[in-house]
Design a protein around this ligand. Structure first.
Ligand SMILES: [Ca+2]
Ligand SMILES: [Ca+2]
Length: 278
C-alpha cells in the first residue's frame, strides 16, 4: 500500500512539475543569481519589471523558496549563486511535494537545519485586526531560536495568498514581507496590503535551527562569519553544520569563499536596519 502511494505520488509530482517547469522561463531577470533577486520573485505569468521569476505554481512555493535562499538551505542541483531560474526549478523539484502539506514537506526535506513548528489560526473580524494579531504572534516568539513565518491570507477579491515574513520591526510594530504578489507590499498594513485587502488567516511557523555559513550564530550571513571561520580553520576545528557554508561535508577555504560571496549580496540589506526574526 505504501509503495502504491509512493507511485501515485510520483505520478502526481511528475505531472505537476512538467506543468510548472514549462511555465517558468529563463531569460531576463530570471538569469540573475538567486541570492540577488529572490526577494522580488513572484508567481504570475504576466510579469512587470519587478518579476524575475515567472511561474503559475503558486505563491506558497515562492514564499518557501525565498526562505530557502534567505537561510542558505542546500539543494542538490543548485546553490544561491545559480540563476533564479535554476535555483527555483531545482527547489520545486526537490523541496515541494503536492501530496503533502508544503511547509511540512519543506521542513522535513531540509532537516536538521529547520523544523516545522506549527500552523496557528488567526481568528480576526477585520484585516487590520489580523495584522495586529499576526504581529503579536511573531513578536511573542522572538528569542534565541530564529523562526521563519509564512502568512496564509485571503485578499479582498477572495483569492488565497501566501507571503513570507522578511523581518520584524518592534519599534513600528510591523512585519516586513517578502511579498510574492504582483504588486509588492513592503509591510503588513501598508497601502498596498490595504488596497489588496490582505486578511491573515493562519501562520506557518518554521524553526531555523542552523544556517549553513552563519559561523557566529546570529542567523545572518555576513563578512563577520567569513572572518570567524577563517580563524577557526587555522586550528583543527571540529566539523559543524554551521561552518559548512556550501554543505559539501567538509570545512575548507571554499566555505569562507562561499560566505564572502553570499555576504556581498546581503551586507547592504543587513546594514539597512531591518531586525532579523529571532
Ligand atoms: Ca552570522
Ligand atoms: Ca564545505
Amino acid at each position: 500500500m505504501k509503495n502504491l502511494f509512493a507511485i501515485l505520488s510520483a505520478v502526481v509530482l511528475t505531472s505537476t512539475l512538467s506543468l510548472s517547469v514549462s511555465a517558468f522561463a529563463p531569460g531576463g531577470a530570471a538569469d540573475t543569481p538567486a541570492i540577488e533577486s529572490f526577494s522580488t520573485w513572484t508567481q504570475f505569468a504576466s510579469p512587470d519589471t519587478q518579476t524575475p521569476a515567472i511561474d503559475e505554481t503558486g505563491c506558497l512555493d515562492y514564499s518557501l523558496a525565498k526562505i530557502a535562499v534567505r537561510y542558505n538551505l542546500p539543494l542538490d542541483g543548485a546553490d544561491v549563486f545559480d540563476t533564479s531560474y535554476t535555483y527555483y526549478t531545482e527547489f520545486v523539484e526537490e523541496a515541494i511535494h503536492p501530496a503533502y502539506t508544503k511547509a511540512v514537506y519543506f521542513s522535513e526535506h531540509f532537516a536538521p537545519l529547520v523544523r516545522f513548528e506549527e500552523q496557528v489560526p488567526i481568528n480576526a473580524d477585520t484585516a487590520s485586526q489580523s495584522w495586529e494579531q499576526a504581529y503579536e504572534y511573531c513578536h511573542s516568539l522572538q528569542g534565541d531560536i530564529p523562526r521563519a513565518f509564512v502568512l496564509e491570507m485571503h485578499t479582498a477579491s477572495g483569492s488565497s495568498h501566501f507571503v513570507a515574513v522578511e523581518s520584524l520591526d518592534p519599534v513600528q510594530e510591523r512585519l516586513y514581507l517578502y511579498d510574492s504578489g504582483d504588486r509588492f507590499s513592503e509591510y503588513l498594513g501598508d497601502s498596498v496590503s490595504q488596497s489588496r485587502g490582505y486578511h491573515v488567516e493562519s501562520i506557518y511557523t518554521i524553526k531555523i535551527l542552523t544556517v549553513p555559513g552563519d559561523a557566529d550564530g546570529d542567523a545572518q550571513i555576513t563578512l563577520s562569519d567569513a572572518v570567524l571561520l577563517g580563524m577557526l580553520l587555522m586550528h583543527d576545528t571540529k566539523y559543524d553544520l554551521r561552518y559548512d557554508a556550501n554543505q559539501d561535508g567538509l570545512l575548507t577555504a571554499e566555505d569562507t569563499d562561499y560566505i564572502t560571496r553570499y555576504a556581498q549580496y546581503t551586507q547592504l540589506s543587513a546594514e539597512g536596519g531591518n531586525a532579523s526574526i529571532k
